[in-house]
Design a protein around this ligand. Structure first.
Ligand code: FEO
Length: 503
């Protein structure tokens, strides 16, 4: 890793032997003392597994152990995933054996078959917990039960979360690692890299400095089951995976662009030949492609700055018609690949992904209960929650007797960083008439001129910007004149003493 990182030899600086005496009774009283004292070599579960397995080789001593869930309807019980999802885990077979993360409980059966097959009777020495979210860690206690000598390696921030989920103190079964610590496993040298809020505050990544492999946790992941092909270069990623990779990133991690940028800056200091994420394909070729996508997404730079998405909320068709008319005018004016979405029937996660892709967004909403149409308001608030910034936008409002949705959408959008309205708000009264049609014509021309004539706006830091304090645990940024003494981080809960003023 970077020269500025404090390096410590993990094996040299910690008492490895002390954690070998794992008392499983401390984890779960259901486990008997006899089981606790059983050696891995004695356990019948640790014989080489002769049954079905789906182990894939990544290199001579690194294998893929994950599995895909095609039955799941909603990832995190929120995001529709028609193509399913994979939960990836990896095993390094060096002088020491190292498992990188586990899987979701839905695929744990396949995972344990894979693990037993890949170990082929060997002891499991280490389990690296790069991410303590249950879609990757639900099998931790079962791993510990089957391989009682395994030592857990996890970030300091993960310790409390491990206890919360599983009710045991991980310090009794392994070690908390810190930025730049190293683990020598024989031929390989593993370096731990903290990546707070590259989804959760406890996230870390592990870099295999020997084979230049980055175990990137949720980073560089994607929705979508793996259909046999393990590597991104074996699939049509740009046409069949990119939209889901973008939707995954923007909805799961999109809010934390700064933290992703921080990790990308660290990654730029080392050579990476393979990226092993916890979801989706493994990257071993054309890494610049996905790194460039991540750089754009995490800096809120439009991937397609000249693309326009038109999102409408309509009940009786008047607003929908205006949106279609505007889209047609944009097309006739030379804007390519205009996309029109009905906010009521397009899942908001797809809209979020498209908003990260496009440089310009048109919001067209009816007035509803003297406000913004509910799904449109939800979409805009979700954009703000995901920290989207630096986009051109245009507004169309409709109201049969009191159109107010335009001004309320503008208020929400202008509270986001770097959002720039193009043209005036077009007002409809129930349907499009001659006056509103002319206004749509003018708006289309204004948009075409803006798109063809100038780069997309960027998030603006003004001279009068408030001071910032950064949480040293999770990276959350507090803005204000002063940081209250009794302030607690809304993300990870630590006190004001853990915040560092950003100069
Ligand atoms: Fe795939 Fe943040 O878990």
């Amino acid at each position: 890793m970077g020269k500025d990182m404090s390096r410590r030899s993990f094996l040299k600086s910690t008492a490895v032997g002390a954690a070998g005496a794992v008392a499983m009774g401390a984890i779960n009283p259901l486990f008997s003392t006899a089981k606790a004292e059983e050696t891995q070599e004695d356990s019948p579960m640790l014989k080489p597994f002769a049954g079905v397995h789906n182990v894939r080789k990544i290199s001579d001593d690194l294998v893929y152990l994950g599995a895909s869930d095609r039955r799941i309807a909603l990832f995190e019980n929120v995001y529709p995933i028609a193509r399913g999802v994979s939960y990836n885990a990896y095993l390094l077979l060096d002088e020491k054996t190292v498992l990188f993360d586990t899987v979701d409980r839905s695929v744990s059966g396949q995972f344990f078959e894979n693990l037993a097959y890949a170990l082929n009777g060997r002891t499991l020495d280490y389990l690296v917990i790069n991410h303590m979210e249950p879609d990757h860690c639900s099998a931790i206690t079962e791993v510990m039960r089957r391989y009682p000598k395994v030592k857990l390696l996890y970030s300091k921030a993960a310790a409390q979360i491990i206890t919360q989920f599983f009710g045991f103190d991980p310090a009794e079964h392994g070690y908390a690692v810190e930025e730049g610590m190293e683990l020598a496993t024989g031929r390989h040298r593993l370096v731990f890299i903290m990546a707070p809020m590259v989804h959760w505050p406890e996230v870390m990544m592990t870099y295999d400095a020997t084979d230049k492999v980055l175990f990137s946790a949720d980073g560089f992941g994607s929705f979508g089951a793996l259909d046999g092909n393990l590597f991104a270069d074996e699939v049509n990623f740009d046409t069949e995976w990119l939209a889901d990779a973008r939707r995954y990133y923007c909805n799961i991690v999109g809010k934390y662009g700064k933290q992703v940028q921080d990790v990308l800056a660290k990654a730029a200091t080392v050579e990476i030949q393979t990226i092993c994420p916890l979801h989706g394909p493994v990257w071993r070729e054309n890494l610049g492609y996905i790194l460039d996508k991540y750089d754009k997404w995490s800096s809120y730079t439009p991937e397609d700055p000249e693309s326009v998405m038109v999102v409408y909320g309509s009940v009786y068709g008047g607003t929908e018609n205006a949106a279609s008319v505007l889209a047609g005018k944009l097309s006739m004016g030379g804007v390519r690949n205009v996309k029109v979405y009905d906010v009521s029937k397009t899942h908001v996660s797809e809209l979020i992904g498209e908003a990260f892709r496009c440089g310009t967004i048109v919001f067209a909403s009816i007035t509803y209960n003297m406000g913004i149409f509910t799904p449109m308001k939800n979409f805009i608030q979700d954009l703000a929650a995901h920290n989207l910034q630096g986009r051109r936008y245009a507004l169309v409002e409709n109201g049969s007797w009191s159109p107010v949705s335009g001004s309320q959408m503008k208020e929400l959008l202008d509270s986001m960083s770097g959002m720039e309205q193009v043209g005036g708000t077009v007002t409809l009264r129930s349907t499009t008439d001659g006056t509103s049609l002319a206004a749509l014509d003018t708006l289309a021309n204004d948009l075409i001129a803006a798109i063809s004539g100038a780069p997309a706006p960027v998030a603006q830091e003004t001279a009068a910007a408030p001071a910032k304090w950064v949480c040293s645990v999770c990276g959350y940024v507090y803005e204000g004149e002063t940081l209250p003494e009794d302030y607690t981080c809304p993300l990870c809960g630590v006190g004001a003493d853990k915040f560092v003023r950003q100069e």
